[in-house]
Design a protein around this ligand. Structure first.
Ligand code: PAJ
Length: 281
């Protein structure tokens, strides 16, 4: 695996891959990589000749009271894990590559509608920060394919909309959620949890599965959502939301047919965890 520590270093290599007709698959991350991230590399490999991953903890997607400063940074482990899981090139952009005028004075990309609900409503500005940095990374890496986890379901929808609306010639591939043995979705934030909290956080996935089962047997949405909140609270979690929405755009269900998704955000101590499950897939 080759490592590129700036856009200037990466660019000649990208030009070479283009000339050779190699298809570039891209996996953007914020590092502190786990098996969930590694699974994206294998999926990128199925769609591309060259697999590029980036690690950049993006300041503009963190709120003022969020964990930007203490977000876990593990560069040596990340590089070793990427190399071991079939990554060809690691891009470690410099802050000046992504924010030449400084993060606070960046051009902003704002995707409408989706950022107003759920994660977007609770984390104002978060999806603008994600859309902005992903657009910039797409411009620097120029991939033909980009892989994003379904773990961050709303983010995946934001990226799909960004790509379509700005006309990026990039295929966006959604990847299944990789989980711990107890069902807890893998996340860099899980390491903020102690062993007992980690065990109890398995209730998130269990609640999602119960919501799914309830909906598939025809229970009303409100009943399934209320039961999920009760389950979460019983495990010591504080739910921000436990809802069922249209899978396509996270709109509220109005009795229509079509794919649905159950989504949960819940806090365990100071740690905020998110997860989701497609109902009809
Ligand atoms: P990060 O949280 O590091 O996640 C990088 C990618 O890994 C995302 O596409 C995320 O959905 C995926 N991922 C995380 N946990 C996963 C799991 N358990 N199973 C499958 N995929 C998983 O998401 C971001 O970084 C940032 O917002 C980013 C897109 C890089 C922009 O800064």
């Amino acid at each position: 695996m080759r490592t590129f520590v700036s856009a200037a270093q990466l660019h000649p290599q990208i030009a070479r891959w283009r000339r050779e007709g190699q298809r570039v698959g891209f996996v953007p991350t914020m590092g502190n990589l786990h098996a969930g991230h590694h699974s994206l590399l294998a999926i990128a490999r199925e769609h591309a000749d060259i697999v590029v991953a980036s690690v950049f903890v993006n300041p503009t997607q963190f709120g003022p009271n969020e964990d930007f400063a203490r977000y876990p940074r593990t560069p040596a482990e990340d590089a070793a894990g990427l190399a071991a899981h079939g990554c060809d090139a690691l891009f470690l952009p410099a802050v000046e590559d992504l924010y030449p005028y400084g993060a606070a004075r960046s051009v902003k990309i704002s995707v409408p509608d989706l950022p107003e609900v759920l994660e977007g409503a609770i984390r104002p500005g978060h999806f603008d920060g994600v859309a902005t940095v992903v657009a910039k990374l797409f411009n620097l890496v120029q991939p033909q394919v980009a892989v994003f986890g379904q773990k961050d379901y709303q983010q995946l929808l934001v990226i799909r909309r960004l790509v379509r609306d700005l006309g990026y010639p990039i295929e966006v591939v959604g990847a299944p959620i990789v989980r711990e043995a107890n069902g807890l979705a893998m996340s860099s934030r899980n390491q903020y949890l102690d062993a007992d909290q980690r065990a109890r956080a398995g209730a998130i996935h269990a609640s999602l599965q119960r919501m799914r089962a309830a909906l598939l047997r025809g229970d009303p949405v409100a009943k399934a959502e209320a039961a999920a909140r009760t389950d979460l609270e019983a495990a010591g979690l504080v739910p921000d939301y436990a809802v069922v929405r249209r899978a396509e755009d996270l709109g509220e269900l109005a009795g229509e047919r079509g794919d649905r998704v159950a989504l949960i955000a819940a806090r365990m101590g100071n740690t905020r965890l998110i997860d989701n499950l497609l109902i009809d897939a």
